[in-house]
Design a protein around this ligand. Sequence first.
Ligand code: F6P
Length: 371
Amino acid sequence: MRVGILTAGGDSPGLNAAIRGFGKCAIGAHGMELVGFRDGIRGLAENRTVPLDSSALSGILTIGGTLLGTSRDKVHRMVVDGQTRDMVPTIVENYEKDGLDALVMLGGGGTAKNALRLANAGLNVVTLPKTIDNDIAMTDTSFGFATALEIATDAIDRLHSTAHSHHRIILAEIMGHRAGWLALGAGVAGGADVILLPEIPYSIDRIVETIQARTERGSRFSVVAVAEGARSIKDAGEIQAAQAWIREADSSEGKAAAKRHLAQVEDSHRENTFQLARELESRTGLESRVTILGYVQRGGTPCAMDRLLATRLGSAGAQLVADGEFGVMVAARGEDTLAVPLTEVAGKTKLVPQDHSWVQAARQVGTGLGD
Ligand code: F6P
């Protein structure tokens, strides 16, 4: 069998470990031939390939990023020479020209949507779940999350030093897109005093109360873990209204207009964490600072848990390809791996349930959640 492989969406620790896990098993155990596509969907559409033999897979387990490169393109709406084009037919042509029997795509929610479109166009596709956000539906977790969690937790630990030495409020903005897993996990593990999540819109009054209660107890500092998607009750209401407009739009023009409106609303919230810091400073009298953790959370060597997960899911993916099981994502479920149809993954997001055990634990130790 001749199999193509690519990495798509944001880079993430564990991508190379998963390429290696899939490749070693595909080549060694199943005698397959492996071809990499450069720069994700873009390289697939432009048919930029690189042969991946056993030696190319050696020494990459611990390396961050992706040796193949990545991009955030969509198969059905790619900007080529200034024009937005549907590249699905071109991709199908390339797949046939390259003599592929299957295509393995490593990525998150956006990649699942791309993969489903390609599967519907007749390609034999398998995906592996990658994202630091932990927001992919139907899998317990994704590689990249455990490493990012370690990095964000370490950052919160370090921010405590300055917060308590200078009697400041420090807001650490943590990635996660529209889900709060990373901020919640790092906030609980790092002992943040307040954790703000997209799933629990916050009231500034409640945050001020939590911080003032700490001051009264003699702790004149606070560390606030802010998920990048966390919003005040008012701002969350604006987003929900914009999302409802998208759902209810009954024409493609209407949907496009509604999506543009949502993008504008989200853009107007861009400085959210800084605004919150200013408001907290004026209401508590404590100097407030913001630290945006940013891409630091996605970089560097994967932790042991991510290497294990990537190797486990990668080799399970090779087995699925060998068995001819396509149109699926390899999911982690407890200690097992299972094949979940892409139709159950694409277009869905796994958010933090309000009653999740991490949320309950945060509340029980007195962490403020802004509600
Ligand atoms: O999905 C991973 C992620 O790092 C999100 O947490 C974040 O919102 C987004 O990617 C940032 O995207 P970009 O790499 O395009 O800036």
